[in-house]
Design a binder for this molecule. Structure first.
Ligand SMILES: N[C@@H](CCC(=O)N[C@@H](CS)C(=O)NCC(=O)O)C(=O)O
Length: 218
């Protein structure tokens, strides 16, 4: 069987989450870069496989899937059934799913509400109400980590990988998480995870781009 193809852009936070899932589950992947600045995602050949034109998109020998969380879950359930990254126990798995939904429904949108108007709408300042929502989300994460080293219990799960892609980005952009002691300690702990340095390469590129629009405090 040919390796799974990941249509990827290293600047994209969800795309880096999907790649972290491959790396931490130990699954071979062939990366195909999609240049979003050149709008390669809108080319007819890409639209044919993903009409929603987003990265990450995965092609497992003809089975095509997008949405970073769905990709990570598929990989774990198909190729790493016994992996603690996505536990079989229904309660443990439900907790991972809840955190993954927090990533998708709360963390990612709150980060984008702060960064996208700067990147795409010419805004020069971050509205205080948007900043507060982002920092509230940091506070929730800090509480999730009360009494445990990882976001969904005592070992790394897919939930940690999703938030890792996010937090490394927003901290590199200028957010200060030092008041959130559990979250800061967790961010340090994550540095040993497979794919961490690769994630940081994308973060660095994205940061250089972001800072060309805004170089202040987040
Ligand atoms: N919820 C999706 C978000 C994917 C997404 O928005 N990707 C952006 C890059 S961060 C993208 O591909 N944008 C290009 C476009 O929409 O045309 C996921 O988790 O995979």
């Amino acid at each position: 069987m040919a390796p799974i193809i990941l249509y990827h852009n290293c600047v994209s936070t969800p795309s880096r989450f999907a790649l972290l899932a491959f790396r931490n589950l130990g699954i071979d992947v062939e990366i195909r870069n999609v240049d979003l600045l050149k709008k390669e995602q809108l080319k007819p050949e890409f639209l044919k496989i993903n009409p929603q034109h987003t990265v990450p998109t995965m092609d497992d020998n003809g089975f095509v899937l997008w949405e970073s969380g769905a990709i990570a879950q598929y990989l774990a359930e198909t190729y790493a059934k016994d992996s603690p990254l996505y536990p079989q126990d229904t309660k443990k798995k439900a907790l991972v799913n809840q955190r993954l939904q927090f990533y998708l429904g709360t963390m990612l949108p709150r980060m984008r509400q702060v960064t996208h108007p700067i990147l795409f709408e010419g805004l020069k300042e971050i509205p205080e109400v948007k900043r507060k929502l982002l920092y509230d989300a940091f506070g929730f994460l800090d509480q999730f980590l009360n009494g445990s080293d990882w976001l969904a219990g005592d070992h790394v799960t897919l939930a940690d990988l999703s938030i890792l892609a996010n937090i490394t980005t927003i901290v590199s952009f200028g957010a200060d998480i030092s008041e959130f002691k559990n979250l800061s300690a967790w961010a340090e702990r994550c540095k040993t995870l497979p794919g961490y340095d690769e994630n940081m390469e994308g973060v660095k590129m994205f940061t250089a781009f972001f800072k060309s629009f805004y170089d202040g405090k987040i």
